[in-house]
Design a protein around this ligand. Structure first.
Ligand SMILES: Nc1ncnc2c1ncn2[C@@H]1O[C@H](COP(=O)(O)OP(=O)(O)O)[C@@H](O)[C@H]1O
Ligand SMILES: [Mg+2]
Length: 278
């Protein structure tokens, strides 16, 4: 899918709803993302002796650049914004728009190609997704994820039963995570994130799957983190989930920030865009 170049996504500040609720609650900046670029470099060259690779390669690689067998994908292109303590920020955008890459860069898991990310306070902010390993049991992953979020091993052991209860996965916690349904995996990931009070909590499509009760618990947990002046990022395809949890939303398209404002306005514009594509 493509967007004609002439469409201007810049939003005039005057067109946005006033940020009353945010002004009331927000603290100092917790995170500054300044003209961030992230480029993936992957080996995408033609395989020797495979004649058909040429055309296939061209088909799958539109919009990507090949240099000497290396393909580079500009996943994030010049994104800037400031997040504040106590803020929960939704991130929307079609598949492949760069949402997960942005979160990974904020977490320090991939280096910026250009630009920078400044984090106040605990620099070990972490999206727990990245730390988990499918071949290991849920139990081992609770430990790994907890450590990644800055808990001590004793703290993780103390909270283990709560995490398993929250996730509602029962004895499956002793099975490898790659045997879980996506819903079970998502619930466990969220439960692990919820075991700590990180400065910045990043949730990448982990809420879409649970039932109503799980979503309610999750929302309460996110509100708790905001009350303790953390910053929450939530990537979700459910605009309703974003609207119920986030006061502000970023819309990312083809690696660029096309809109940043109150969730109502951004979700409405994004929804209209997605509808127009169909
Ligand atoms: N590890 C990777 N190596 C190479 N390209 C990647 C990698 N991860 C993502 N990409 C590419 O970067 C772009 C953005 O992907 P991603 O951040 O996962 O988007 P989203 O989370 O919005 O679906 C896509 O073109 C995707 O194919
Ligand atoms: Mg993603």
């Amino acid at each position: 899918m493509s967007i004609p170049e002439e469409i201007d996504f810049e939003v005039d500040a005057d067109d946005l709803e006033p940020l009353q609720e945010q002004e009331r609650e927000l603290g100092a900046p917790s995170l500054v993302v300044d003209d961030l670029y992230v480029t993936y470099r992957v080996f995408g060259g033609k395989r020797v002796g495979d004649r058909s690779a040429g055309r296939m390669q061209r088909m799958v690689s539109r919009g990507r650049q090949h240099v000497g067998g290396l393909t580079s994908v500009e996943a994030v292109r010049g994104i800037s914004f400031v997040a504040r303590h106590g803020e929960s920020i939704g991130i929307v955008g079609v598949n492949g728009s760069g949402k997960s890459t942005l979160l990974r860069a904020i977490a320090g898991l991939i280096p910026p190609t250009k630009g920078s990310v400044y984090v106040s306070g605990d620099p070990s902010l972490l999206g727990v997704n990245a730390a988990l390993i499918g071949e290991l049991t849920g139990e081992r992953n609770v430990m790994l994820g907890g450590l990644a979020l800055g808990l001590t091993p004793d703290q993780v052991r103390e909270r283990f039963d709560d995490v398993v209860d929250f996730a509602g996965i029962g004895d499956a916690v002793y099975l490898p995570m790659n045997s879980y349904s996506s819903g079970m995996g998502a619930r466990l990931r969220f439960a692990i994130s919820a075991a700590a009070v990180p400065d910045v909590l990043m949730i990448d499509e982990a809420l879409a799957t649970g039932d109503a009760a799980f979503r309610k618990k999750s929302k309460a947990r996110i509100d708790g983190i905001r009350d303790q002046a953390g910053t929450v990022f939530l990537v979700s395809h459910s605009l309703r989930t974003i609207l119920s949890i986030c006061s502000r939303t970023l819309w990312i398209h083809q690696g660029r920030l096309v809109m940043d404002g109150p969730s109502e306005a951004v979700c409405e514009a994004y929804h209209a865009f997605v509808r127009a594509q169909d």
